[in-house]
Ligand binder design. Sequence first.
Ligand code: FAD
Length: 190
Amino acid sequence: MPEPSNSSTKDSNPLPPGMIIGPDGKPCKICTAFRNWKPAADTSKSKAQSAKATGAVFSTLAFGTQKSTVAPVEEDARPTHCPPDVEQLGRSTWTFLHTTAAYYPERPTPNQRANMLGLIHALPVLYPCSHCASHLGEVVKQHPPDVSGRLGLSRWFCERHNDVNERLGKEKFNCAIAKLDERWKDGPAD
Ligand code: FAD
């Protein structure tokens, strides 16, 4: 699996600096944060113009003919009809995985364990962000999943999420079960 690249194309239409190239050699939107789907800022444009223009860049990027003078769009100005970026996909996937672990049985049946293992092993094959999937495949090999029960599984997902947090320079989460249950199952005490 090739390493992600954010290098420019060889022609006169350089890609935005943060845009990641997928395994097929094309710009990979699902591997890239939305703010990097577009070229460098032109701050002279208004927010309204920006939002409109970004839609144009989104569609032209898909055909490799992006323009270079589009203002940035703030995260919360992102149109709701846009497809997910690497961050939204990640937040949604972590929500699903941590919540599923929080409700996994204390004593799972062999069938439940097998299905959980299947789910985990499917991610490095099917997760649409290719470089995320490839990293996950490596860490799953180094740290075999603990599907023995909800405590072990919740901790295992927490540690794998922390692997990604560390790679991205983010703070690590406290993997104590009380903290995990508060975040993903019970909510904070009143
Ligand atoms: P997220 O990291 O998505 O976290 C969502 C919430 O989970 C947080 O608000 C916090 O309350 C809670 N949380 C945080 N850490 C933990 C933890 N350890 N245990 C339990 N709960 C926690 N992005 C990349 O740019 N490169 C990658 O290689 C990459 N690999 C990924 C691999 C996988 C399998 C997944 C699911 C996502 C990956 N992502 C990757 C996306 C990345 O992890 C984040 O989801 C994304 O950057 C958005 O981050 P965020 O700060 O909004 O919160």
